[in-house]
Design a binder for this molecule. Structure first.
Ligand code: XCC
Length: 659
């Protein structure tokens, strides 16, 4: 009897692959994984219900008088042992997600800045400053004298200035200078201008300790300050320094999907978030002696492929093919084609170790921050970067030679144009002679482009992989909303074929006209999660150019992370909200509706001059919410008429044709 129940449970919990993913390649590999008896995060999610108390954030485990469990159906029915109310508990839990997410991005940014310092001082010779133009631009923007000075001197000053992003204890972070004046005034009024990322994260952790901040509004204030230290601080430094060191992206044709793997080549994957490891790997795979070694082992060559966010950066900068997003990482190993995979930090599932072992893939951790039990570690040192990446390639070659299992690669590759940046929008729409955001603003004002939406973030096994991203974006572009993207969402849409200029036919009449004129896709990929900072800068530029209000909160823009899963996503969501953007999340929202804290995030913040949060699982509803918001902003700006006129003209024409 017991066995029967267990079998029944098993059958109920069996993964429905078609429901789990809309990515054909991933579905094929999940089927293969099942045949091979290999378990993935999809299977684990299907067999493990999310904890309902945690999902509602109705549990407090910040001290050992608890953990205290409140009732999400009667949130004000009781309080924790210390007396903490549901609002305090939820605000604390939310704040700790922001602190952790912001810490991840800012620590990544600090690593980039450490590397920059060592390059500038000449201690590290494996890297160099590739984009001196950008170096000067960024330096100038934050008040560093540039004209007539040596690159090294400017770079030294830039380092010192940007270090303040992290270490400063009083004052405003350097990139506060990029924030539109009225937005900055709102921040100052509410005391949320970040001083330095370390201080903000430390203070937020302190305030959320037992017995400290017990007012959800006050906790939210420090949440905003910390999240802004991420978006306009740590993440922005990561993006800008990476561009200076490795080059600012410009449009490049590149392939995504598992078909990028090649059966007759040594396949090497880099997965994680920091471009320094990947850049060094790019040198390694192009080393003639390693290529020869691969050929000696019987391979046609060495094939370097990206994954997740470092992959999204490398597709943007160099057109390196991308195998898939977060929920495909295990499935990609199931191909049996991956000879070695090097990982650095963030979004590296511990489960990869087991899957790699099943298929004989050599998996290596490389960063001292991220070790995985049972996985071999080859430390990456930036002053001798090639040691680590050459060793990974050598291991890959050995594995290729000894491949013992059949290789099965889904024959799916999607070509598209990647590598947009906020700088490139200048040239794209304005041309070299009148490079500026004016044409973008003009097209928004005249209604051809209704507004701009940032659709970003993870994939999550609790919803059908990629499906919410794809349906949402299709709906937005159909309604003339230009979409900008980063991270795993960008890869989802690239797999769906929306990164080609031809995809313009899926856009509404106004947006498709702009796309056709310029030859651009209706969806623009900006890179990795830290590159969401490019979207912030683009917003600031739209305000600066004029005609669309005085603050970011005035712009006809909206954001979404429809399949989010990480704490980083919460930090990103909150810095967009604090910057003035209406931001909608899907999957689940870790706060009980109808509580005071929920009302503050979903309504109250907007009244204070910030943006606000929104939530829905349904992509069409999400699009409607975002478009309604964009239309509300257009109306407030008095540009809704321009749009109406376009529509009336069409209707008139139809009437004439019918007559
Ligand atoms: Fe991770 Fe950055 Fe999320 Fe993808 S989107 S799952 S955080 S890799 Ni940035």
């Amino acid at each position: 009897m017991e066995k029967e129940i267990k079998d029944k449970e098993k059958a109920e919990l069996k993964l429905n692959i078609r429901e789990a993913t809309s990515c054909d390649a991933t579905a094929m590999m999940l089927r293969k994984a099942e045949r091979d008896g290999v378990e993935t995060a999809f299977h684990r999610a299907a067999s493990m219900k999310a904890c309902p108390i945690g999902a509602d954030s109705a549990c407090c485990k910040h001290c050992s008088m608890g953990p205290c469990r409140l009732n999400s159906r009667d949130p004000y029915g009781k309080v924790g042992v210390c007396g903490a109310t549901i609002d305090t508990i939820q605000a604390r839990n939310f704040a700790r997600m922001v602190a952790s997410g912001a810490a991840a991005h800012t620590d990544h940014g600090m690593s980039m800045l450490d590397l920059f310092r060592e390059v500038v001082t000449g201690h590290i010779k494996d890297y160099e400053i590739k984009d001196t133009f950008k170096l000067e631009e960024v330096a100038r923007e934050i008040g560093i004298e540039v004209d007539g000075r040596e690159t090294k001197d400017i770079a030294e000053d830039l380092y010192k200035e940007l270090e303040r992003t992290y270490t400063q204890v009083e004052g405003e972070i350097p990139f506060a200078k990029r924030v539109p004046q009225k937005t900055l005034e709102t921040w100052r009024k509410h005391g949320v201008v970040p001083r330095g990322a370390m201080r903000e994260i430390m203070e937020l952790m302190h305030r959320t300790h037992m017995g400290v901040d017990q007012h959800y509004e006050n906790i939210t204030q420090q949440c905003s300050r910390t999240a802004l230290a991420d978006g306009w601080g740590g993440s922005m430094v990561a993006t800008e320094i990476s561009d200076i060191l490795f080059g600012t992206p410009t449009p490049v044709r590149a392939d995504v999907n598992m078909g990028c793997l090649k059966e007759d080549q040594v396949n090497v994957i880099i997965h994680g978030h920091e471009p320094n490891l990947f850049e060094s790997m790019l040198d390694s795979v192009n080393d003639p002696s390693l290529i020869q070694a691969a050929k000696d082992a019987g391979a046609e060559g060495i094939n370097l492929v990206g994954m997740c966010c470092s992959g999204a950066e490398m597709i943007s900068r160099h057109g390196i093919p991308h195998a898939g997003n977060f929920m495909s990482t295990e499935a990609i190993l199931v191909t049996g084609a991956v000879d070695a995979m090097g990982v650095d930090v963030q979004c590296i599932k511990q489960g990869l170790g087991k899957v790699a072992a099943c298929y004989g893939t050599k998996l290596f951790t490389t960063n001292p921050r991220c070790r995985i039990e049972g996985v071999e570690h080859i430390q990456f040192h930036e002053d001798r970067a090639r040691e680590c990446t050459d060793a990974i390639v050598e291991n890959a070659i050995v594995r290729f030679k000894n491949r013992s299992m059949p290789v099965e690669i889904p024959n799916i590759r999607n070509v598209g144009i990647h590598g947009f940046s906020h700088e490139y929008i200048n040239y794209m729409l304005g041309g070299t002679f009148r490079a500026s955001y004016t044409p973008l603003n003009d097209n928004i004002i005249n209604g051809r482009i209704r507004g701009v939406a940032g659709v970003v973030g993870c994939t999550n096994p609790r919803v059908r992989q990629d499906w919410v991203h794809v349906e949402l974006v299709k709906e937005l572009i159909k309604n003339d909303v230009l979409v900008v993207q980063t991270g795993c969402s960008q890869i989802a849409l690239a797999k769906a074929g929306l990164y080609t200029p031809e995809a313009a036919h899926l856009a509404g009449p106004g947006l498709s006209e702009v796309c056709e004129t310029v030859g651009m896709p209706p969806v623009l990929g900006f890179g990795s999660c830290v590159d969401n900072s490019r979207i912030l800068i683009a917003c600031a530029e739209m305000v600066r150019v004029g005609g669309l209000g005085e603050s970011i909160a005035d712009l006809p823009v909206a954001g979404a992370a429809p399949e989010w899963m990480s704490e980083k996503a919460i930090s990103i969501g909150h810095y967009f909200v604090a910057s003035g953007v209406f931001t909608v999340f899907g999957v689940t929202y870790p706060i009980i509706e109808e509580t005071k804290f929920h009302k503050l995030l979903f309504e109250g913040l907007e009244g204070m001059g910030f943006g606000k949060w929104g939530f829905t699982r349904d992509p069409y509803e999400m699009a409607r919410m975002m478009i309604d918001h964009i239309d509300k902003k257009r109306k407030a700006l008095g540009i809704d008429k321009a749009r109406e006129r376009v529509l009336m003209d069409m209707a008139d024409r139809q009437k004439l044709e019918a007559a």
